[in-house]
Design a protein around this ligand. Structure first.
Ligand SMILES: *[C@@H]1O[C@H](CO)[C@@H](O)[C@H](O)[C@H]1NC(C)=O
Ligand SMILES: *[C@@H]1O[C@H](CO)[C@@H](O)[C@H](O)[C@H]1NC(C)=O
Ligand SMILES: *[C@@H]1O[C@H](CO)[C@@H](O)[C@H](O)[C@H]1NC(C)=O
Ligand SMILES: *[C@@H]1O[C@H](CO)[C@@H](O)[C@H](O)[C@H]1NC(C)=O
Ligand SMILES: *[C@@H]1O[C@H](CO)[C@@H](O)[C@H](O)[C@H]1NC(C)=O
Ligand SMILES: *[C@@H]1O[C@H](CO)[C@@H](O)[C@H](O)[C@H]1NC(C)=O
Length: 472
């Protein structure tokens, strides 16, 4: 600290700084005091994040970040490319900078799969409902943000979201174990097929709520209700305090709760609840659900007003590449909640601001002197190498936190009646069927679900038991 330095040390600092010998890591690079500063910072963050993406270079695959790790191709699973596309769809919406729109459109359309439901053959053998769900939610976002519609002869944003919804609402993906609910994995041969988790079910909940609001078709709202009721009924949403847990196994009728609380589970439920609240003109029970979820988010994921990944952030190296990206979704989703459930503004916006300030404060690393890490509350840059990643999730989260500060200047998500132009297809996705996969396809593949790795770092007996039975 400067105040505790002797004058000699201070003099040395001045000399070293002047001669360029001090690492640039000393100075805060990003300013976010004014909308102009936020826009400028977001522009640089978006540029730096794009450096991780190779999908538009020749010989590379559009839409995905380098990966998957299971094939030693990079740190990132398939779903995170979809999440990154969504981050840029919001970036454009919030800042007006369309520099990356072409890259995003190319990536979003490349990964749709032949039936336009985000089940591309390269990834169906290892498909989780949550993986598919993240791509579907980015397509839904494109419709809501009025992201430029694809050419007429290509799949359209709304129809893509409906394609994902329809494949997930299809009876093929539902069974009587645990009274209902989606399984984590789609192919029965996959590890994790016996796990029913919150993120998979929250994605379908979220898509249902948003499709209901966008199209005013009540069928989608019924599904959102059904998904909520199931998650609540089985105790994944704790009735006592709205803690949101990770999931449980069908062999135990979903009573063996893995109580890890990941921020994106609670945030995704909150975001979907806000869409239901808006769709039902501010009615209960959604208002109370929103209030309780916000209270839980503040308590568990924003200690000191700074985003914190509860199950793993306490120890360097404990969060997986997936988990390192969750803070960004939390910021993006919570900011949209303030638009469609405006009564939440005062509860949410101050917290997103203090959190974003902490986020940029630690972006002082790397050769650029502005690389971002994950440990926002620590106040100093920690190299993503401690978590064995190159840092794309970390960069994406800070971009999301910063650009979401512009939420008050941005239009709320549109609907078909308030300016939406995306063409839908109520029957989208009906050509895909979840036939049994070849037995050889057992894989730990492209999963967004955090459960497996979570469990490795939970000392609890629940975790250990869950880990053993996941491998069954
Ligand atoms: C890929 O996209 C980026 C960002 O728009 C752009 O700067 C770059 O030139 C593109 N690369 C190729 C090979 O098209
Ligand atoms: C599927 O994977 C192969 C091998 O990596 C790749 O060449 C191809 O472009 C991928 N297809 C799609 C549609 O992404
Ligand atoms: C959206 O509105 C347009 C024109 O108002 C209508 O033709 C179309 O059927 C609507 N789409 C949905 C999904 O409701
Ligand atoms: C399984 O749990 C549900 C509640 O989630 C309960 O209604 C059902 O009776 C249970 N089934 C068995 C076989 O215990
Ligand atoms: C629903 O969202 C719109 C923004 O699209 C907002 O103006 C309106 O107040 C919201 N409705 C309720 C009940 O909060
Ligand atoms: C509403 O959505 C359901 C589910 O996709 C679909 O079967 C039905 O045709 C839709 N209704 C209308 C009026 O579009």
């Amino acid at each position: 600290m400067a105040t505790s330095m002797g004058s000699g040390a201070r003099w040395l600092t001045v000399v070293l700084a002047a001669s360029g010998l001090l690492p640039a890591a000393q100075a805060q690079y990003y300013k976010i005091g004014t909308p102009a500063e936020i826009r400028e910072s977001a522009r640089t963050l978006a540029y730096d994040l794009m450096l991780f993406y190779k999908g538009n270079q020749s010989g590379e695959i559009p839409g995905i970040l380098p990966g998957p790790p299971t094939e030693h191709k990079g740190d990132y699973y398939w779903w995170e490319g979809g999440a990154m596309m969504g981050t840029y769809i919001d970036y454009w919406h919030l800042t007006g900078d369309d520099s990356y729109n072409a890259v995003v459109t190319q990536g979003m359309l490349h990964q749709t799969g032949p039936n336009h439901d985000y089940m591309p053959p390269n990834h169906t053998a290892s498909l989780g409902n949550d993986d598919q769900g993240f791509w579907g939610m980015s397509a839904m976002l494109a419709a809501e943000n009025k992201f430029p519609d694809p050419p007429e002869d290509k799949a359209q944003w709304l129809a893509l979201a409906q394609g994902v919804f329809n494949t997930q609402a299809h009876p093929d993906r539902h069974d009587g174990t645990c009274n209902g609910g989606l399984r984590w994995q789609v192919p029965p041969t996959n590890m994790g097929y016996n796990y029913k988790n919150t993120i998979a079910n929250a994605c379908l909940f979220n898509l249902g709520a948003r499709l209901a609001r966008y199209t005013l078709n009540e069928t989608y709202a019924k599904w959102a209700d059904k998904q909520w009721d199931w998650m609540y009924g089985v105790g994944y949403i704790d009735a006592a305090d709205y803690r949101v847990y990770d999931g449980a196994h069908v062999e135990a009728n979903c009573t063996d709760l893995n109580k890890a609380q990941f921020s994106y589970n609670a945030a995704l439920l909150l975001h979907g609840s806000a869409f239901m609240y808006n769709y039902t003109d501010g009615a209960e029970p959604w208002k109370s659900r929103i209030e309780k979820l916000i209270e839980g988010m503040k308590r568990d994921f924003f200690p000191d007003g700074i985003a914190y990944e509860l199950p793993c952030e306490g120890r360097h190296g404990a969060c997986t590449a997936d988990m390192l990206s969750f803070k960004g979704y939390v910021h993006r989703w919570l900011s949209v909640v303030t638009q469609i459930a405006p009564f939440t503004r005062e509860l949410i916006l101050p917290m997103l601001r203090t959190s974003a300030e902490a986020a940029v404060k630690q972006c002082t690393g790397g050769a650029s002197g502005r690389q971002c890490g994950f440990y926002w509350s620590e106040g100093v840059f920690v190299d993503p190498a401690v978590d064995k990643t190159s840092g794309a999730g970390e960069a994406m989260s800070v971009l999301a936190a910063v650009s979401s500060l512009l939420i008050d200047e941005a239009d709320p998500p549109v609907t078909n009646l308030t300016g939406g132009t995306s063409r839908g297809d109520a029957n989208a996705g009906s050509r895909s069927r979840d036939g049994p996969e070849p037995l050889a396809a057992i894989t730990t593949g492209d999963r967004a679900g955090a459960a497996i790795l979570t469990i490795l770092l939970l000392g609890s007996s629940v975790g250990a038991w869950a880990w053993m039975s996941l491998g069954d």
